[in-house]
Design a protein around this ligand. Structure first.
Ligand SMILES: Cc1cc2nc3c(=O)[nH]c(=O)nc-3n(C[C@H](O)[C@H](O)[C@H](O)COP(=O)(O)OP(=O)(O)OC[C@H]3O[C@@H](n4cnc5c(N)ncnc54)[C@H](O)[C@@H]3O)c2cc1C
Length: 500
């Protein structure tokens, strides 16, 4: 090993919810392995630290967004951003993972060398501007799924004349700390999770908030606290109550998703009926809350205790379903000819998808083109040795999958040690890579699909998006299907030959 190169068994990239969770599990399950976690930012928490807009919260319940191994004990089932961030910090501390994390370390390149069976990872230190190198035998990517430096902002016509008078259109990913929206007329462009979170929160003190959407999204109301969970927590030990509620909610999510796929018309009717009940009499539900696609073809928006509907009912917020013709000096002119006056415009138009944290991946000096790889069990890539990648569910809480990936990595490492293997490589020979990696029709997914790995039509190449199936596959399924193991002894022989 070259001098100055730090070495570790496992290198985790990213210290968000997934990276911290993975490090906790590795510490617990594989205490003999050395672990380093590299984080590009100057703090941990990822998403739950980056987003600072008012009302930031989870839109899935914390019993499934929390780690399997660490009960969520807060009474709120739908939690605010700061509580989730605290939970991540507490987990890092409890499992002594905080000591393994190097902040301000952005991974830019990783090259696998088959002769030494190791990754050489190049890292840019964002604090000192140095390039440093880390060598590891297993590379574990927990970099989330989107760009941190900029959100997705379409170029709106005429926006300059609006900005000259009122200041910049704001993206929720870069929320100005001192933005005073009290008593102001606010327009929020978008209809996704961020828009439906922002609108009721801003409406508490703004003069009025308009949610301007090009097309509607399904919005379902859900109690902010979980009555069954509250009961169980009174009667049962905390860990048992948590495990039961976690399964209950995971199964409930699967049932709702399956019903949406099998009986979309029934689901549409149920969602419409629930919306009608919460909106003012005679409200144009079919214009503003009845999308043209089927439920769960795009991610559904959940609102705690129907807060969005309450804000509309109280007249503090409204919805405009229309297209932007142009920004004007005083607001936005719509294609219908209507004008929205606005003191503040927020562009909640989404994220820019980014695979593997923007780093370059090489195997023996050849760049890996992700779009040519096939995803193995939704967590490894064909032809890429000793590598795992956490991508959570799109139809359920991210952590349900992230936890299973970490469990699998621990199983795999133990299996390799027990059998004297130095490397494991998914081999997609014979697999048919027919489907895109993600089957969501959301704009941000469609914009990037061509750059992502493919998935096959059968296990272990098929991405399930289903917790029960993944528990069977990842927790209990075989560990040697569809992969090639390289014995450590053959790596040592190759290394000796290459030196000679
Ligand atoms: C506003 C918002 C709300 C959400 N709400 C929910 C929800 O309610 N339920 C749900 O299931 N999901 C939700 N999600 C998805 C959410 O991202 C996941 O739940 C979860 O936080 C992902 O955790 P992560 O650690 O995998 O990724 P992230 O939170 O994105 O963290 C990734 C970390 O990796 C670091 N990183 C990236 N690239 C590099 C690199 N090259 N080198 C070093 N470090 C790097 C980043 O700086 C970051 O700290 C939400 C997402 C957003 C944006």
């Amino acid at each position: 090993m070259s001098p100055g190169v730090e070495t570790t068994d496992i290198l985790i990239v990213g210290a968000g919810l997934s990276g911290v969770g993975a490090a906790c599990q590795l510490r617990h399950e594989c205490p003999d392995k050395s672990v380093i976690v590299l984080e590009a930012r100057d703090t941990i928490g990822g998403t739950w630290d980056l987003f600072r807009y008012p009302g930031i919260r989870s839109d899935s319940d914390m019993f499934t967004l929390g780690y399997r191994f660490r009960p969520w004990t807060d009474p709120k089932a739908i939690a605010d951003g700061p509580s989730i961030l605290r939970y991540i910090h507490d987990a890092a501390q409890e499992f002594d993972v905080d000591k393994l994390i190097r902040l301000n370390h952005r991974v830019v390149n990783a090259n696998w060398d088959s002769i030494t069976a190791r990754w050489t990872v190049e890292v840019h230190r964002t604090d000192t501007d140095e390039l440093v190198t880390v060598s590891c035998s297993f590379l574990y990517i927990c970099t989330g799924y989107y760009r941190y430096d900029e959100g997705f902002s379409p170029k709106f016509p005429g926006v300059e004349q609006y900005e000259r008078r009122h200041g910049p259109v704001i993206h929720p990913q870069h929320w100005p700390e001192d933005l005073d929206y009290r008593g102001k007329r606010v327009v929020v462009i978008g209809s996704g999770a961020t828009a439906v979170t922002l609108v009721p929160t801003l409406a508490e003190s703004a003069a009025h908030v308009t949610m301007l959407q090009r097309s509607p999204t399904y919005v379902a109301s859900r109690p902010a606290s979980d009555a069954i969970a509250d009961r169980l927590r009174e009667w049962l030990p905390q860990t048992l109550a948590y495990a039961i509620v976690r399964w209950k909610n995971a199964l409930q999510g699967i049932a709702t998703f399956n019903l949406s796929r099998r009986r979309p018309e029934l689901m549409k009717r149920m969602l419409r009926k629930a919306a009608v009940k919460q909106l003012p009499e005679g409200y144009a539900v079919d214009t503003h809350f009845a999308p043209s696609y089927n439920p769960w073809d795009q991610r559904m928006c959940l609102v705690p205790d129907g807060d969005l509907f309450t804000a509309i009912r109280d007249g503090r917020a409204s919805v405009a379903t229309d297209r932007i013709d142009t920004f004007t000096e005083s607001g936005i002119r719509l294609q219908s000819g209507a004008e929205l006056e606005a003191d503040i415009v927020i562009s909640a138009t989404g994220l820019n998808l980014l695979a593997i944290g923007g780093m370059r991946l090489e195997v023996d000096g050849r760049t890996v083109d992700l779009s040519k790889t096939v995803s193995y069990k939704g967590m490894m890539l064909s032809g890429v040795p000793n590598f795992a990648w956490t991508i959570g569910y799109t139809n359920a809480s991210w952590t349900l999958k992230a936890d299973l990936v970490a469990e699998y990595v621990c199983r795999l490492l133990k299996h390799m040690d027990e059998n004297g293997y130095a490397a494991v490589t998914p081999d997609a020979t014979g697999a048919t890579a027919v489907n895109p990696f993600l089957d969501l029709a959301s704009g941000y997914v469609k914009r990037s699909l061509a750059e992502l790995p493919k998935q096959g039509d059968q296990a272990p190449w098929r991405l399930h998006q289903n917790y029960v199936k993944d528990v069977r596959l990842l927790r209990r399924g075989p560990i040697d299907d569809g992969v090639v193991f390289t014995p450590a002894v053959s790596v040592t022989d190759d290394r000796a030959r290459s030196i000679a």
